[in-house]
Design a protein around this ligand. Structure first.
Ligand SMILES: [Zn+2]
Length: 447
């Protein structure tokens, strides 16, 4: 009898956990309602905002979770999920709605892990980057949806081939010298991208995102940069070759965290493909130019991976619950990965914040910068590193720091001005200020 009672109570508990969540596909209006429903249920820790509109005028909505929604708190990292950039790859969209409901519900239930996450992290969730494509795919339905119907935006453009190509520049710079981070946008970039892409570029430039994943379907694997192989095309032949970033080991770890926390991704055999550990370098799988993940890494401080989450791009409604249970832990663990490595403030002698100071780690040819508030975040694996902070007009400061496997280590920098306020003397070059004096013939005009 007591056994039966215990089963009954377990069922009750299970029902309580599952009951508020509805496993169904959400069309655009339903998606918007769901985001506002979560916001109404958790008004003090959420905010709904739009980053712009699609070709057909649908909003690209984001639901933010934070203990101070709408505010960047220094030393609290920003992390994002982007779903459904291919309109017909719909699982990510549904998983992110489930995740939003889950975070709200568990925060209200006092789940310590979720409370800690929300209080220490600013999480931005965009369930759909391509709401127009989604409507086309959804109109076809799960069973009859063609493999590519609804993939592109309303102008027929694949949004994951639509970001400015910065790989070409960084591959050149790696050989010949030049910036290894924050590569500039081409002058005419706006005329070359779709409205959805433009909105996302403005978005990722306006927040200091540290970590991100974009969610796709059609395979089951965690894919990390670079997506574009070093020699993308040689005489018209598409090359694929493992093309690691300077942060390769870290990216592999981030991908593995997802695949091993996922119900079956790490097993490797999925959808007729085999990926050891359930992860792959993007370019070694197939080379892809102008993708979003490479752009994040090369233009901002954000480390993004691409999650392929289902063999079926448009799974049937009955499969959504199983998929959620297979992905839930992985989605949470990945967010928690933003808390590793080092972080801190970059300040001047008067404790003013220094934005856009450059943080370099010796041996890793990819720098990050401090944000508007002077705080920086550098994801790193455990180890001992030599870290240097530099800012124009200040002496660089170098420290050696040992990073453990747990919480990020706090490393603050106090930079001293390198140029004393002296009256400049005309025509006298001044080599003593840390600036390299160029040979006469390439001396730049300063007027
Ligand atoms: Zn995709």
């Amino acid at each position: 009898m007591s056994g039966l009672l215990s089963v009954f109570f377990h069922l009750l508990l299970l029902f309580k956990l599952v009951a508020p969540v509805t496993f169904r596909h959400h069309r655009y209006d339903d998606l918007v309602r769901t985001l506002y429903k979560v916001h109404n249920e958790c008004p003090y820790i959420t905010r709904v905002y739009s980053i712009g509109r699609s070709v057909k005028g649908r909003h690209l909505y984001v639901l933010e979770f934070s203990d101070y929604p709408g505010i960047h708190e220094p030393l609290e990292p920003e992390v994002k999920y982007v779903g459904n950039m291919h309109g017909n790859e719909v699982l990510g969209r549904e998983l992110l709605l489930q995740l939003a409901e889950f975070l709200c519900e568990e925060f209200r239930n006092g789940n310590q892990r979720i409370v800690r996450l929300v209080e220490g992290t600013r999480v931005h969730i965009m369930p759909s980057m391509n709401p127009d494509g989604y409507e086309v795919a959804a109109a076809q339905g799960a069973d009859i949806s063609g493999y590519l119907v609804g993939r592109n935006n309303a102008n027929g453009v694949d949004l994951n081939r639509n970001f400015p190509d910065l790989n070409t520049y960084v591959y050149y710079n790696e050989k010949h010298g030049g910036p290894n981070h924050h590569l500039p946008l081409p002058d005419n970039w706006k005329s070359q991208v779709e409205p959805e892409t433009e909105a996302v570029i403005h978005w990722i430039r306006s927040f200091n995102f540290v970590l991100s994943a974009n969610l796709h379907g059609g395979a089951v694997v965690a894919n990390y940069p670079y997506d574009k192989s070093l020699e993308h095309r040689v005489r018209g032949v598409r090359r694929t070759a493992n093309t690691p970033t300077p942060d390769d080991k870290l990216f592999q770890k981030l991908a593995k965290v997802y695949s091993y926390a996922h119900g079956w991704m790490h097993q490797g055999w999925n959808c007729g493909d085999y990926f050891p550990d359930g992860i792959t370098n993007g370019a070694s799988w197939y080379s892809l130019s102008k993708g979003m993940q490479d752009f994040n890494y090369l233009h901002t401080n954000c480390f993004e991976i691409t999650l392929e989450l289902s063999c079926d791009k448009f799974p049937r409604q009955e499969e959504l619950q199983r998929e959620w249970l297979g992905n839930r832990e992985a989605l949470i663990q990945f967010l928690e990965q933003v808390h590793q490595g080092i972080k801190g403030m970059v300040l001047d002698e008067n404790y003013n914040n220094l934005a856009e100071a450059v943080i370099s780690v010796s041996g890793i040819n990819h720098d990050v910068t401090s944000g508007d508030h002077g705080d920086y975040f550098r994801l790193l694996l455990p180890g001992t590193y030599t870290v240097t902070a530099t800012a124009p007009g200040f002496d660089p400061e170098t420290v050696t720091v040992t990073v453990g496997p747990g919480e990020p280590k706090l490393v603050n920098f106090h930079l001293k001005r390198s140029i004393p306020q002296a009256t400049p003397t005309r025509r006298v070059p001044n080599p003593g200020h840390g600036r390299r004096v160029l040979p006469k013939k390439v001396q730049p005009r300063v007027s």
